[in-house]
Structure formats: structure tokens, C-alpha cells
Design a protein around this ligand. Structure first.
Ligand SMILES: Nc1nc2c(ncn2[C@@H]2O[C@H](COP(=O)(O)OP(=O)(O)OP(=O)(O)O)[C@@H](O)[C@H]2O)c(=O)[nH]1
Ligand SMILES: [Mg+2]
Length: 445
């Protein structure tokens, strides 16, 4: 990694109130000073300076505020200068050009964050959390990414890895001096440590299910007989007239999907055709499709018309969804009294009871746990793959132990598990993987 000084526009393209040009590296202050009307040469760290940026000819390009931050307390751990200028695209480019003319190099995508990683301020999983924060489309994924940036995942991985490192060191003594009584580790100890680590790794792998939900949304199919109010419920949750609602049974014939956020929970709702026996060719295809959506959904919402009560068709749908995570909604309580039910009573017309629906969804998906204990959730497929690698290596070491293999063989698998975990934090990761991760960043980050 070269330590040449880099610069880039860190705010989005286009017109805005202000824009930010970030400069990082050993010459950041010198370069900024040479294009600034004021004097930055003796500026104290974390101070802001008012003045103009000028080009080589001395022409004033824009009125700016310049923030000087000296290493190591900066994002990159290098000297960093941030120039806040007016947010027009011409002024922003003019300021960047002046900085580059004065000796800075245009930054590559993600190069600032990459330097933060290379200089040890954050590990690789934290750098990836920076992209996740930028890309977060809902409250839950934002919260999870911020926790990951704060180091929740890194800490857990490091703690498991440290146990294995300690164990390997003890085993090495056993391997090097087999006849002497130096080692204070027994076969049982090795088995216990490997087993404990494997369980913690398995917990993280399991969390990847919630991780997918956090990133992509809970796939939630709204099903039921015709006319019970499925489309009305979709429209209510979407906050707009997304699906056609009429009092004709069989209005919805195809699946209508809509991404919504309910109390910060990301949902991918699908409103399906009412399920019934029908001779209508189009409706029949719709009904078939509804059944497929039931299969692939994370959660099924079965809607019942409270006014007309449960009949055999409702029973059949309840039966067909009994093995799914399911919420039974008794709709239309504005015109009928819901009797004591095991479901949630709502009205798609008045909105009554809808808060209970969101709570139930979050409970069913185990999201309450994620939200309350700030638990570590795997949202990144690269991390999941590395964890699976660690789990498999630990399983091999357990097998080797049970088969009575010598410690040096067992220790090979333990080392493989350590390496797999190190890929997540970046300790043992290949350069090409690192390059690939940062190439997904935008320029200026
Ligand atoms: N009073 C009352 N009427 C409702 C409620 N929800 C839906 N309706 C009415 O019930 C009828 C059917 O509503 P839809 O939302 O089209 O029902 P659906 O289940 O999507 O029907 P299909 O698409 O035909 O399967 C419409 O006339 C709605 O206005 C409710 O909570 N209260
Ligand atoms: Mg409908």
C-alpha cells in the first residue's frame, strides 16, 4: 500500500447545500495549505478554518471551511483534511482539481476505508459494516450494521479464535516434548475447547437466517379465501392503493408484491389470489401460484372474514398452512365482533389492531431477540462461508481426536479453523479478497 496522499469528493454527485472533499495522507495538510487562502501549516488537530480555495493562478474557486485532523485520531489514521465547499458539481470539481493539481492522487473506490483497515483502525468485518450502513434500506439492517461497525461480530470472532490460539500453543508443547510432563492440556481439554468453539460458531451460522431477513426483508404471504380483505390489508400496510379492492370475490388473480417497513421491520408482502375451487382458467393459475407462495414464504398471514365466520374453505387453508410460521388475522372487526380467537383481530378499513400484527411478526421471526440483546447476526455471505469452513475444520479435529490420532494431526485442523475465522476479521484473508471487498465501495468512502 502506497502512502501517497489521496483525495476524492465524498458527497453524492449533483447539486446540494454543501459538498465535502476529503484529503488523506502524509501531505494532506501541506497540499490543502497550498490551495487555501489562510494558513494551515501550524493548524492544531481537529480545528476548522474559514477561507477560499484558489487555483495555481491564484483565482478564488469557492468559499470553504477546512477541517484539519491530524493522525492518528482520524478515519484513516492518517493526516486528513476535509474541505466543505458549496455543493454545486462545478465548484466541487474545481476544488478537487485544485487539490489534485497541488499533488494529491485521485482516490480509488473505498480507498479511505481500506486505509482505515490497513492501518489497523478497523478490521475487515467492520470495514464491510461501513458498506452495509451506506446500503441499509431499513431500520433493522442499519442497526445491525452499526453494531457490527462497533465490533460486536469482531469481538465474538476474536474471542473464539483466541481460545483456539491458546489451545494450539498448549498443544505445541505436547507435540514438541511428548515425553516430558510440561503440557497442562489433556485430550479431554482439547475436546472441550473444540466443542465449545464449535457451538459458538454454530450459533453464528444459525443467525444467518435472521441475517437474510434483516437484509432482504421477511417474505410474508397474505393468503385466504376470496373477498376476506387480503388486498385491503396489503394496501393498509403499504400506505397506498397498491392492489385493486372490490366486493367481487376473485378480484386478485396474480400475486402482487410490495416491500414495506412495519415498525422498522422490513417485509416483502405478497397479496395472493383468493384460494378456492374454480373453473375459471385464469383464476385457477392464480390459485396455484398462491399455493407456491405459501411454500416459499417465511411467514404466512391467513386472513379470515370475521363477519362471515370460519367455513370449510377457511379450514382447508388453515390446514394447508399449519406447518408454517403463521399469523391468523380476523379481519373486518369494524362490522363484526371477533370472538375469542387464537389470532389477531383487525380492520383493514379502520386500522384497528394492526399494531399487534407488527409485534407478532417480529416475535415469530425471532427479531425481538436480535433487537433487544444486540445479538450478533451474520448478514454477510462471505462471513457465513468462513464460519462454515471453521465449523467443518473443528468437526474434523473432533473426529481425529476420537479416532485417537496424534496431537500434531489434530492441530492441523484447529489451525484451519483459526484461519477460517481470521478471514472474517481480515487477519488471514487473501489480498484479492480484500481488493474485491473494497472495489464495491464508492469513490470517496
Ligand atoms: N368493513 C370492512 N370491509 C372490508 C375490510 N377489509 C376489506 N373489506 C371489504 O371486503 C371486500 C373485499 O376486499 P379485498 O381486499 O378485495 O379482498 P381480497 O381478499 O383481496 O379478495 P380477492 O382478491 O377477491 O381474493 C371489499 O369490498 C373491501 O372493501 C374491513 O376490515 N372492514
Ligand atoms: Mg385481492
Amino acid at each position: 500500500m502506497s502512502n501517497r496522499t489521496i483525495a476524492a469528493i465524498s458527497t453524492p454527485q449533483g447539486t446540494g447545500g454543501i459538498a465535502l472533499i476529503r484529503v488523506s495522507g502524509g501531505d494532506a495538510v501541506k497540499i490543502a495549505d497550498s490551495v487555501f487562502t489562510g494558513d494551515l501549516s501550524a493548524a492544531a488537530s481537529h480545528t476548522i478554518h474559514y477561507g477560499y480555495i484558489k487555483n495555481k493562478k491564484g483565482e478564488r474557486l469557492d468559499e470553504v471551511l477546512v477541517t484539519v485532523m491530524l493522525a492518528p485520531k482520524t478515519f484513516t489514521r492518517e493526516d486528513t483534511v476535509e474541505i466543505s465547499c458549496h455543493g454545486g458539481s462545478a465548484s466541487t470539481r474545481a476544488v478537487l482539481n485544485a487539490v489534485i493539481e497541488a499533488g494529491a492522487f485521485p482516490a480509488e473506490p473505498g480507498e479511505f476505508t481500506k486505509r482505515a483497515f490497513i492501518n489497523g483502525r478497523i478490521d475487515l468485518s467492520q470495514a464491510e459494516a461501513v458498506i452495509d450502513i451506506i446500503n441499509a434500506k431499513n431500520e433493522l439492517s442499519r442497526r445491525n450494521a452499526v453494531a457490527q461497525l462497533g465490533g460486536t461480530l469482531s469481538k465474538e470472532i476474536k474471542s473464539v479464535r483466541d481460545e483456539l490460539v491458546h489451545l494450539s500453543a498448549q498443544m505445541q508443547v505436547l507435540i514438541d516434548y511428548p515425553d516430558e510432563d510440561l503440557a497442562d492440556v489433556t485430550k479431554e481439554d482439547i475436546e472441550a475447547v473444540c466443542g465449545g468453539c464449535a457451538a459458538r460458531v454454530a450459533r453464528l451460522i444459525d443467525s444467518a437466517d435472521s441475517g437474510r431477513i434483516i437484509k432482504e426483508g421477511i417474505r410474508c404471504a397474505i393468503v385466504g379465501k376470496p373477498n376476506v380483505g387480503k388486498s385491503s390489508i396489503l394496501n393498509y400496510l403499504a400506505g397506498e392503493e397498491r392492489a385493486i379492492v372490490t366486493d367481487v370475490a376473485g378480484t386478485t388473480r396474480d400475486v402482487i408484491e410490495e416491500s414495506v417497513s412495519v415498525n422498522g421491520i422490513p417485509l416483502v408482502l405478497s397479496d395472493t389470489a383468493g384460494i378456492r375451487d374454480t373453473d375459471d382458467t385464469v383464476e385457477k393459475i392464480g390459485v396455484e401460484k398462491s399455493r407456491r407462495y405459501i411454500d416459499s414464504a417465511d411467514i404466512v398471514i391467513v386472513v379470515i372474514d370475521t363477519a362471515s365466520g370460519i367455513d370449510a374453505e377457511d379450514e382447508a387453508i388453515l390446514e394447508a398452512t399449519s406447518d408454517k410460521k403463521r399469523i391468523v388475522l380476523y379481519n373486518k372487526i369494524d362490522i363484526a365482533d371477533a370472538e375469542d380467537t387464537d389470532g389477531i383481530a383487525v380492520s383493514a378499513v379502520t386500522g384497528e389492531g394492526m399494531n399487534g400484527l407488527a409485534d407478532e411478526i417480529s416475535r415469530l421471526c425471532g427479531l425481538d431477540e436480535i433487537q433487544s440483546e444486540n445479538g450478533t447476526v451474520i448478514t454477510n455471505m462471505r462471513h457465513k462461508a468462513a464460519l462454515i469452513g471453521a465449523r467443518d475444520a473443528l468437526a474434523r479435529s473432533a473426529d481425529a481426536l476420537r479416532a485417537g490420532m496424534p496431537e500434531d494431526i489434530v492441530s492441523i485442523d484447529i489451525a484451519a479453523a483459526m484461519d477460517a475465522l481470521g478471514e472474517i476479521t481480515g487477519e488471514t484473508v487473501r489480498d484479492s479478497v480484500v481488493a474485491d471487498i473494497f472495489s464495491n465501495f464508492c469513490v470517496g468512502k
